[in-house]
Design a protein around this ligand. Sequence first.
Ligand code: BGP
Length: 470
Amino acid sequence: MSFKKDFLWGSASAAYQIEGAYNEAGKGLSIWDLWAHIPGKTYEGTNGDIACNHYYRFKEDVALMKEMGLKTYRFSISWPRILPKGTGMINQEGIDFYSDLIDELIANDIVPMVTLYHWDLPQVLQDKYRGWESREVIEDFVNYSKVCFEHFSDRVKHWIVMNEPNIFTSLAYMLKVHPPGIQDEAIYLNAFHHTVLAHAYTVLAYKEAGYTGMIGSSIAYTPSYAATNQPEDLKAKEMFDATGSLWYLDSYYKGEYPKEAIAYYSKKGVMPEVSKMDLEVMKKAASLCDFIGINYYQTATVAGNPEDGVGFSGMNTTGKKGTQSESGVPGLYKQVRNNDLEYTDWDWAIDPAGLKYGLEILKERYDLPIIISENGLGAYDVVTPEGKIDDDYRIDFLRKHVLACEEAVANGVDLLAYCTWSFTDLLSWLNGFKKRYGFVHIDFESGNLSRTKKKSFQWYQKVIETNGKE
Ligand code: BGP
């Protein structure tokens, strides 16, 4: 068995990372618009004010997608572009922009895949009730989602409600590198729980309205290995999974939190309040999801960590390989370097076999079709004097991951789509414009933002043409 006939070969992006026009055309400000203007908060002060200027250049980008033969394009809708005040008044220019983008994609035979939340909360809601920290956000989010369904669901049949709720809540409320930049485990767990409920109520609203498309959410999935077979490392892996992947995936796709983690958090006094009704809604939504979305970049190798061991060290934002220090939760686990694997310049483990391993775990545990909504390699690209970008390392990375998908499919995994991160180069939340992911190079340096196809562009074109055989 290999990829289905109608397999969706895709590529992904997110509004804040590409659109620009941050304060134009009726758009309200998001938490990122403010955060990125606070000195010292982002990498070299980079921000998404202009980014790729996709808001004005989307037709040029879609033309390139068409040339490549892309089957699906995953993009996110900016909540404050649709609802500048978070609720209430609809910004017609925002609706028109996404409507035009969707039409342009469809006219070019590209299936639009829409993310409703890729981290750009309207700032007014942060000011009003501290955003994700409050239960009030759930109702506002569901209303925003309904506006999107009403305007776009005639043409959009693939909806990703949340993008990586696990990453944005931990980076915002534990590591302090996303807005609002605080460190408090109880708040982090509570905010995450609110994302689960916002997702769940949105799924219910979508199904109750009788829409016929597919709906789910995308979790950043990091399959793990125990560093050795020693009991302390095995236990560490178990708790890494329980408080990590399983915490995030079970809540979304089983409608419950894993027991070991509940016990651990309760003992620590940070377990969020999860009511009976919450659980009912979570269970119902879990049973209605049409797919599991995962973003896969790497695996983790996990070892025991004593009570006086290392804590979270943050991420490697230096872009220098080997500078990532060990990081973990004292008394629970720590992540260590895996000498069997290669690493990127930002110390992300390169592990295609881990993708196959992860896909098979997901099939076993949740038995749902899967969409890989992100997978890619962040790298420094070099433009040759002839103006070419020969990104063979990216081709090598993606080729191995596509092969891993094919093997998983052969083993019975129901894979619907594979989206690379990303189509064009774009703004990296923590690493600015130098860490590039795209098939299309963007000239951020000169500021003219001209688009140039990289070598990987032709390669992926061939992958699509041959349905994964190239
Ligand atoms: C995911 C996000 C994307 C993107 C990607 C690459 O977590 O969903 O928005 O940023 O990671 O991450 P980075 O830019 O940090 O390398």
